[in-house]
Design a protein around this ligand. Structure first.
Ligand SMILES: *Cc1c(COP(=O)(O)O)cnc(C)c1O
Length: 235
């Protein structure tokens, strides 16, 4: 495909995604503007991000620190781009994340929170953070248990340069819709309790290309779409 066709395709996919968000929100009795869309651009070239930006998309998600740093630098001329770091975090990478991300959606260790806070203090920068929860209790995944969320949230209050915005989860791919619904509802209950306790909390990041409708029905306020916007990833 020519670059122009790629750009049109990305713009069309974004429009389709917004239609789906709208439909699912209506079904849930919610307002579509209460569900934000993060375009997950990992492994995709900066030209794809720019195409999405030209079609009105401002928030992007990246999983790999060096890739985030490179793209953020290359695209620094685009105004109001907002970068979410959504991947696993190694402690020796926290300085680069602090420098380039506006949100860290995958926080699940106090040690990382402390280091991020220190780097953000040096940069005099406020960082939005989401606590990553492992709702499916799979030991292959990052994230803390739902039961530990309250304590973790309390502990990160001492970090003045981190603003707790809510929770993020990457659930298993479910075959059983009832089990999926039960887990999504548990997560939403935990989110609502946190929101009640902390004024800064307003975000439940749940839902990807394959489960966005179910996530919106269960209260998600932020979905993360990769494949649905940029097409399949080959690497
Ligand atoms: C890759 C990724 C996504 C996007 O997944 P798709 O299925 O392509 O929409 C969303 N969230 C996280 C944390 C990811 O790593």
């Amino acid at each position: 495909m020519s670059e122009n066709n790629v750009n049109i395709t990305i713009a069309n996919r974004l429009a389709t995604a917004h239609d789906k968000i709208s439909d699912a929100s209506k079904k849930a009795g919610r307002l579509p503007e209460h569900v934000s869309l993060i375009a997950v651009s990992k492994t995709k070239p900066p030209s794809d991000i720019e195409a999405a930006f030209r079609a009105g998309q401002l928030e992007f998600g990246e999983n790999y620190v060096q890739e985030l740093a490179d793209k953020a630098q290359q695209l620094s001329k685009l105004e109001n781009l907002c970068w979410h770091f959504i991947g696993p975090i190694q402690s020796n990478k926290t300085a680069l994340i602090a420098e380039h991300a506006n949100w860290v959606d995958s926080l699940d260790r106090i040690k990382i929170a402390r280091r991020l806070n220190k780097h953000c203090e040096e940069l005099n920068k406020q960082m939005n953070v989401l606590i990553q929860v492992n709702i499916s209790d799979s030991n292959t995944k990052s994230g803390i248990a739902l039961l530990d969320v309250a304590n973790f949230a309390e502990e990160i209050q001492e970090f003045k340069y981190l603003t707790l915005r809510g929770l993020m989860a990457i659930p298993d791919e479910y075959l059983d819709k009832n089990k999926q619904k039960a887990e999504f509802e548990q997560l939403n209950t935990c989110f609502l309790a946190l929101k009640h306790q902390y004024q800064t909390v307003d975000t439940l990041s749940l839902g990807m290309t394959n489960d966005m409708e179910a996530a919106i029905l269960s209260g998600s306020t932020m979905i993360r779409l990769g494949t649905a916007i940029f097409g399949p990833r080959t690497n």
